[in-house]
Design a protein around this ligand. Structure first.
Ligand SMILES: NC(=O)c1ccc[n+]([C@@H]2O[C@H](COP(=O)([O-])OP(=O)(O)OC[C@H]3O[C@@H](n4cnc5c(N)ncnc54)[C@H](OP(=O)(O)O)[C@@H]3O)[C@@H](O)[C@H]2O)c1
Length: 262
């Protein structure tokens, strides 16, 4: 039985964490979407889904425990989403895995390289294959990938991160070139900055204190991207008229210089 009785459009938010993931989910739900939240940790997903439904009403969020390192887990979640909610019309692939402090290639295990690359790239390929048939049948669909500066330049210490992000960018371009004419709007968002989320936001604050740059704490959105502000970009991309589609863009706060990590 469908849980989406109001027949809302469905967004699959893959990599639903408290930062960009939740912010994008909330942005689309506020516009009338039903969000399927995919990640590994049930208690975090439950809290997020309950919070969204508390703010936007029942029938707006449901979670699906998924490990993006396993194709079978991705396929099972998308099958269940289709049965529960109907066809996905927007896919956001937001999951990413990296070390905060990088490691050289010789210090990076093959296991980490494989696991992170599965999260950064393989999961996006599998998720895209799950949603494309319904999107093509509908003659429209939006696919948005969260990228990073590491998608543009390989920097020391990021061997288990950048190759996956490079690949994700390329996958997005391939989706565009294969399916744009059939109504699929794919876009890659290069987040060229630390985000004010749990992990990096808190780490940045500690670093500023340590380096005597505590004044930055008074002016956070000058130095860290606010997830809700980034979420505006995802909505903007989804709602672009087809006469002027963007396929890639980058974003950073006023105080972060452009591609400074390049
Ligand atoms: N944060 C930054 O400063 C920053 C900067 C530039 C780019 N980005 C990009 O932004 C995206 C993430 O945004 P965010 O940092 O704000 O994170 P977020 O949206 O708060 O959370 C992303 C979620 O992805 C989930 N995830 C990770 N591995 C997974 C796996 N194997 N299977 C299923 N889910 C998985 C994690 O949940 P579970 O652990 O529960 O699975 C995590 O909470 C990434 O693509 C990252 O590269 C972030």
């Amino acid at each position: 039985m469908s849980l989406n009785t109001a027949k809302k459009p469905v967004i699959a938010l893959v990599g639903a964490g408290p930062g960009i993931g939740e912010a994008v989910a909330r942005r689309f739900v506020a516009e009338g979407f039903f969000v399927a939240l995919l990640a590994r940790t049930e208690d975090k997903l439950q809290t997020m889904a309950q919070g969204i439904e508390a703010d936007h009403g029942k029938g707006s969020a449901k979670y699906y425990i998924t490990d993006l390192r396993q194709e079978s887990s991705v396929l099972a979640s998308f099958e269940q989403i289709r049965a529960d909610l109907g066809a996905v019309s927007v896919l956001v692939y937001n999951a990413g895995a990296r070390r905060v402090n990088g490691r050289s290639i010789l210090d990076t295990s093959s296991e980490e390289f494989e696991n992170f690359t599965k999260i950064n790239l393989f999961g996006a390929f599998w998720a895209t294959k799950c949603v494309l048939p319904d999107m093509l049948a509908a003659g429209k669909g939006t696919i948005l990938f969260t990228g990073a500066t590491g998608a543009l330049r390989g920097n020391p210490g990021l061997s288990s991160f950048s190759p996956g992000k490079f690949g994700l960018r390329s996958l997005c371009q391939i989706i565009t070139r294969e399916y744009q004419a059939k109504g699929i709007h794919a876009a890659h968002i290069i987040v060229d900055t630390p985000v004010d989320g749990k992990l990096i936001g808190e780490w940045s604050r500690r670093e500023w204190q340590r380096r005597g740059e505590g004044d930055k704490l008074q002016d956070i959105d000058m130095h860290l991207a606010a997830p809700a502000d980034l979420a505006q970009i995802y909505w903007f991309l989804h709602t672009q008229p087809r006469s002027a589609w963007t396929h890639e863009l980058d974003a950073r706060p006023q105080g972060v210089s452009m591609f400074s990590k390049m």
